[in-house]
Design a protein around this ligand. Structure first.
Ligand SMILES: Nc1ncnc2c1ncn2[C@@H]1O[C@H](COP(=O)(O)OP(=O)(O)OP(=O)(O)O)[C@@H](O)[C@H]1O
Length: 506
């Protein structure tokens, strides 16, 4: 059942079960494709050597080896050829192994023909050159700015990952660009014209989670006045990003695992399941493997989400990107047609000396604030009001420390209460100490007669102490605490998680 015309995309089907191979071949022929069949690895290799294919679809178990061998051989050859595997139902492990080895996607037996067709269509779209490969087209401008080796490697990895359906787990500190990377993977892949839906798992009340993810039928519960789609249906054909995935409660993790494994969801109140074709990208700034160890995250879901890891480097490890990043951010802040702001002398050096715990988001915030304080669009060092710059300055005697407010942070360095008036030493940039330009509270520095031997750890302790105090002052009202500290609720929540600050029990 093979065809020789090259006007249509050509697919190689490798399966030793005649019935299944026939079913696959007929389905693909009906889609207008040319199809060759092979019953074992040896014939598949011979056909691959003789012809150009646009897609290979292979069973896992073959008389003379594994379909996985074919996946590996094609990946190692550098040939741009998507390979999908057919796995037995319930053998999730095989599917994950194949995806890790470089398979584009998988379908499970018994075959769901609608899923098979969707998968084939996605795979064939990958062979249409996109972006810069089209002659005369403008090169696609990556949204992820930076020329450092780390960013170049990241962009190359993203280009590879965009060509597959494998679930990706993105890790990286808060503000390091996880969502941007996920959007880039989506935009460069076969699903670019379909929706990209990002869901902050930590922001959905537990009681609403199932309805939000899977949707509901009219009348399924009080208040369900109309039928509604969930995130899975909304992202159908595209990408669903599960941001802050470590925040998912355990019961929801079970439901999510099922939906991802079976590629089907059931709306609340519905009797039938519906197929969904969604690429899953997850992200967290937490150590998910540790959450598994602590019993807070299911091992099986972790395994399913963590097929391929993409790690975003913190900004402080790629400070060479600062000129490009600041340029891009300032251009955006000034908007089209505006005169872009410039950096005054010493500004880049000052930024290079800072550790950016909030990464690119923090750089954006610093520049936005600095722009507001700058004269004639020229940002000076003082306009940056960098926290690190204060610590870098040689300090005269600091005010006497006050007792720590919270036992949870009793080992933290002690800060003087925020209300203590302070005058700034001459060497410190204006705005860094004392009331800030917009009447900001700037408490005095802790005693720095002894310099910390581990600056990041020290800063973390300072930050921890400040946050615990703000929470104490507001009876753990996080919205008020965030306001008090001039940060967003989301930032506060991230920092609390990162620093392991929990509400006192009772
Ligand atoms: N390499 C980069 N080039 C340009 N902008 C970037 C880059 N990395 C991050 N940004 C910008 O920084 C901000 C934060 O990025 P993003 O939301 O993707 O981070 P995140 O890691 O998902 O953050 P969080 O953990 O808080 O959800 C966004 O405005 C984004 O556009």
């Amino acid at each position: 059942m093979s065809s020789t015309s090259r006007s249509s995309p050509r697919v190689l089907v490798v399966d030793d079960e005649d019935d299944l191979r026939d079913l696959l071949e007929i389905t693909l022929l009906k889609m207008g494709l040319d199809v060759d069949g092979a019953a074992d690895l040896a014939s598949a290799r011979a056909l691959l050597a003789a012809h150009d294919y646009d897609l290979v679809l292979t069973d896992m178990r073959l008389p003379d080896g594994l379909g996985l061998d074919l996946v590996r051989e094609i990946a190692a050859s550098g040939r741009i050829l998507p390979v999908a595997v057919v796995t037995a139902f319930g053998s999730a492990e095989n599917a994950v192994v194949a995806l890790k080895a470089g398979a584009f996607d998988y379908v499970t037996k018994p075959l769901q023909l609608d899923q098979l067709r969707q998968m084939v269509q996605s795979a064939l779209k990958l062979n249409v050159p996109a972006g810069p490969a089209v002659p005369g087209a403008e090169p696609v401008d990556s949204r992820l700015k930076g020329q450092s080796a780390a960013m170049q490697a990241l962009r190359a990895q993203i280009a590879r990952l965009a060509r597959s359906m494998a679930p990706i787990a993105i890790t990286g500190e808060s503000g390091s660009g996880k969502e941007l990377a996920a959007r880039e993977i989506h935009a460069q892949g076969a699903r670019a014209d379909k929706p990209f839906i990002a869901v902050n798992c930590g922001a959905i009340p537990e009681a609403l989670m199932e309805a939000e993810f899977f949707g509901y039928r009219k009348g399924a519960f009080t208040g369900a006045a109309d039928e509604r789609d969930g995130f899975f249906q909304a992202a159908n054909g595209g990408t669903l990003m599960l941001d802050e995935v470590a925040d998912l409660p355990l019961p929801m993790q079970v439901k999510l695992l099922r939906a991802i494994q079976e590629r089907r969801v059931r709306k609340i109140g519905a009797t039938a399941e519906e197929p969904v074709d969604v690429r899953i990208v997850s992200a967290t700034h937490q150590d998910l493997a540790r959450c598994v160890e602590q019993g807070r995250f299911r091992q099986d879901l972790f395994y399913r989400l963590n097929v391929i890891e993409l790690s975003l480097p913190p900004l402080r490890e790629r400070l060479d990107d600062l000129p490009v990043l600041t340029g891009a951010i300032l251009a955006r802040l000034t908007g089209a047609g505006g005169q872009p702001a410039t950096l005054g002398p010493g500004v880049l050096e000052a930024l290079r000396g800072y550790s950016f715990p909030g990464n690119v988001r923090e750089l954006e915030n610093i520049l936005e604030r600095a722009l507001a304080f700058s004269n004639d669009g020229v940002i000076g060092v003082a306009d940056l009001a960098l926290k690190g710059a204060r610590l870098a300055e040689p300090q005269a005697a600091a005010p006497a420390p006050a007792p720590a407010a919270s036992s949870a942070a009793s080992s933290a360095p002690v800060l003087t209460p925020v209300s203590t008036p302070v005058s700034a030493p001459a060497a410190v940039p204006p705005g860094a100490l004392g009331p800030g330009p917009a009447g900001e509270r700037m408490p005095p520095l802790p005693d720095l007669s002894v310099l910390p031997s581990n600056l990041p750890a020290y800063l973390e302790r300072v930050e921890r102490e400040i946050i615990v105090r703000a929470l104490d002052q507001t009876q753990y009202n996080r919205t008020q605490a965030a306001q008090l500290l001039g940060i967003s609720f989301r930032q506060l929540r991230y920092q609390m998680q990162k620093l392991g600050i929990q509400e006192p029990e009772g």
